[in-house]
Design a protein around this ligand. Sequence first.
Ligand code: 0RA
Length: 680
Amino acid sequence: MASPKYTAQQIQVLEGLEPVRKRPGMYIGSTDARGLHHLVFEVVDNSIDEAMAGHCAAVTVTLEDDGSVTVADDGRGIPVDMHPTAKKSALEVVLTTLHAGGKFGGDDSGYKVSGGLHGVGASVVNALSSRMRAEIHRDGNSYEQEYKRGKPVTVVRKTGKSGKHGTIINFLPDPEIFDTVIFSMDMLMTRLRQQAYLTRGITISIVDGREKRPEEDLQYPRCYRFHFEGGISAYVQHLNESKERIGNVIWFEKDTSDGFVEVSMQYTQTFQEHVVSFANNIHTAEGGHHLTGFKAALTRTINAYARKYGILKEKDENLTADDVREGLTAIVAVRLKEPQFEGQTKGKLGNAEMKTAVETVVNDKLSQYMEENPSEARDIVAKCLLAARARLAARAARDSVIRKGALDGMTLPGKLADCSNRDPARCELYLVEGDSAGGSAKQGRNREFQAILPLKGKILNVEQARMDKMLANNEIKALIIALGMGIGDVKDCTKLRYHRVVIMTDADVDGAHIRTLILTLMYRYFPELIEKGFLYIAQPPLYKLQKDREVRYAYTDAEKAVVMKEWGVKEEETQVQADDNQMEAGVAILPADDALGAEKQPPAPKKRKINIQRYKGLGEMNPQQLWETTMNPAIRIMLRVTMDDAERADLTFTTLMGGEVAPRRKFIQTHAKTVKNLDI
Ligand code: 0RA
């Protein structure tokens, strides 16, 4: 590809970085873990820009042992020559000036992608890092410059000769800015894998070089490499891995005058749709015109095909947009010159011309595909017809349930111990595993604002059930009625009766299963609950520690270790065995009169009274303990469930709950070793 020569002049100069440190949230969304990881994505996005312009093949992200991150690419390298107006090197301009970048210049070959959420660049990362170092390989030389909190502390120095080309950025996130500066492999991988899918052919590697890794990262190998020759087709294949598929992955792309359109799609025998859209590699979570165009074309094309071949008779109604998306997995990716991101979270593509662009391409290419692959086409139409029939059946079933007044919350389920307060913002609903723990929770709770709904055994697996079957299940019906907002197209979120819904299950395998089932149900049917941050997972303590009369609870092994240390017990002396949840910590205390006769037996070490109990189930706690450790808002710990990893959750849910057995076995085999608190 012919590359236009970049020079320093093409890099625009805008403003300094002070505002970034003053209001970081404006530039990276937040200063929590999400914002922290956003720093990495900002830098990686720049490298991906280079790749899309055809100049970069590989990006490596390394989590260094000192807490910093290195992003290295083999692109052209940020220019280092003198910027004519700014009177400093282009590198310094790029890294110390808001919105500076080279891609607005004369290079028409690539669309500007970098910026992620807020369209900012590496300079923002610099501003929010206590230190940063840029190393450039370019024009036969290597260069470097260092910065502190966004300000250069050295000039751009030539460090030697180099036969390579590329950019290496190392930065240490500023603890003054971020609530946490600990990276999670999990969060990095999800997003970087996605970027690799969207940039066909690029290689993105992640290396975890930290000596001490966070506990939840221990399950991951230290090195990952994402490279997908298949691009978004491989993405759809990955998403459908554990689902029963209908036909092949359909893929097409077209460069139009309004922008570049690429689609990959495949139907499955599931009931959920999974259509994900992107504009310039940025996930458009709220959709937009490109998605609207896709949906319109899909409905039109499938109906037209079904009519043309007499699968839909004259008297039949058209398939609805919902019918043709049931069980569909699709990626809709567009690239355009001036993307407009709108909506609350800037996740909606506002360029109206993209509706027609996508619609035209999909109408053309999809109908062509169906004509050329008639047997696949018929299977797809059959699936859509099934969805239409199920929709009518489900509606009839639901209508009858509603007619009986069973869902409107007027008649609350008998098992629900409701709270007295009626202000949803204050009220909490605990979903408790089993009747016995439910009993303790009912006695231990604050009945003013805490409601308890005990759920018996395994609730229905909603992944495999349709709405009509679900509504026939008493446990699920009780839960839906307790929530008060209905379900499906009669759902009214303003009627939600509790703004905290807390899943409280045992810390064993059964508990994890029930938790997954409830999460599946929520994810599928009440995603707004998760989006609004109303869904939580209770964290009962893992251990009760007792020394004489003093009782302490530990929620993690680390906490237990701290208490043990405080009490002067060595860690090795308290190793918990999986089949032994009670133990005594032995601290040998030799009797004062040591000088006893040699013929005597050595004295048995006197044990100090330290008792460690590992809780296996909520049932082992009495109501008072349950309140003190898990339900009292003043001291309890709860995990908020986020949509962040919805995609991963979806994969886990379908793997664990879906119809296909082989992937489930594989999942359990590969994760069995990492299941915590395995109750054998
Ligand atoms: C400005 C201009 C050019 C490249 C880049 C910036 C650039 C930035 C980053 C950030 C990370 N990796 C990067 N790679 C390149 C064009 C340079 C030219 O024309 O030679």
